[in-house]
Write a new protein. Structure first.
Length: 302
């Protein structure tokens, strides 16, 4: 092996590592405004005696999933991350957080906009995901409320679980929000860094080959890929759909329904005292995504 070849190999590895780090940094920086905003909101709810904002969220009542679905369509990872924090603080319902996750599109919208010849798909994607998010979210809230009808209501304010040893009493709300934002952002950056490295090592081509067989079980596989907890999953799924013959529209929808960006990652971090709830949310997301994908493929929508 020549010295020139070794130098080229080293430079290639270094460039790949730099790209992995920069992509992870970009994903993290994009969510910072959303995280900081939601932590200011959380701190206000925790320390304000008026609780006006909390009551406003609660007044949404059974329409919470509708609001969550509409907000979830904003193509940013930070939206699902913010919703995860609000659910951990018991501000929004189980159905609402699921509606946000299902409706989240992350990078799918920018990628489709960048392909003018497929722009018609964009509106179908948004309408289907909003409708699915509202339907699943409201259904989950109804079922969950029915299952808990004989159990005492949980009226406790859970925001203190997100506000432990943060120094907010001494330094104020902004300081506490900055500390929370810094902690969760570091966690997201490290996890995203590892995930990006794994994706770079395995390669998108390998993932495409695994998902290439266009058959009944494709939505099952696509929905699993969607669980990659960063924007990479929506990029991969959208690109595979745009490559004709690799991924069907129903399978793409299934993958994008579980592709909640950084939301699930933040949920497992902030709601760590209720892991059963977190896994239940994942299970509901997967089941709903697969059913939606299989139905779309069955009716031949593309």
């Amino acid at each position: 092996m020549s010295a020139h070849y070794k130098v080229r190999t080293v430079f290639k590895i270094i460039n790949t590592l730099i790209k992995i780090v920069m992509d992870a940094l970009k994903d993290t920086l994009l969510m910072l405004p959303f995280l900081f905003g939601v932590y200011i909101l959380i701190e206000y709810m925790e320390h304000s005696s008026s609780n006006k904002i909390e009551r406003a969220f609660k007044r949404m009542g059974p329409l919470g999933p509708l609001g969550g679905a509409l907000i979830g369509t904003v193509p940013q990872c930070g939206v699902s991350a913010a919703a995860a924090n609000l659910y951990s603080g018991k501000v929004i319902s189980l159905g609402t957080i699921i509606a946000v996750f299902i409706a989240t599109n992350d990078e799918a919208i920018p990628i489709l906009i960048a392909n003018p010849e497929r722009i018609s798909v964009l509106w179908k994607l948004i309408v289907i995901k909003i409708a699915a998010a509202v339907l699943v979210g409201i259904s989950v809230d109804i079922i969950y409320k029915f299952c808990r009808r004989n159990k005492p209501a949980d009226n406790e304010n859970h925001f203190h679980e997100l506000c432990e040893n943060c120094g907010c009493d001494e330094h104020g709300i902004l300081f506490s929000a900055l500390i929370h934002t810094a902690n969760i952002s570091l966690f997201v950056f490290l996890i995203t860094l590892v995930l990006n490295a794994a994706i770079s090592f395995v390669g998108e081509d390998t993932i495409a080959r695994v998902m290439m067989s266009d058959n009944f079980f494709q939505p099952f596989v696509s929905a699993l890929v969607g669980f990659i907890p960063n924007c990479a999953s929506s990029v991969i799924i959208t690109q595979l759909y745009l490559e004709d013959g690799i991924l069907s529209f129903g399978s793409a929808i299934a993958g994008l329904c579980t592709s909640a960006g950084l939301g699930l990652l933040v949920l497992f971090r902030t709601n760590k005292k209720h892991m059963k709830q977190n896994f239940m949310i994942c299970g509901i997301l997967y089941a709903a995504a697969v059913l939606i994908g299989v139905f779309i493929n069955a009716v031949g929508l593309n």
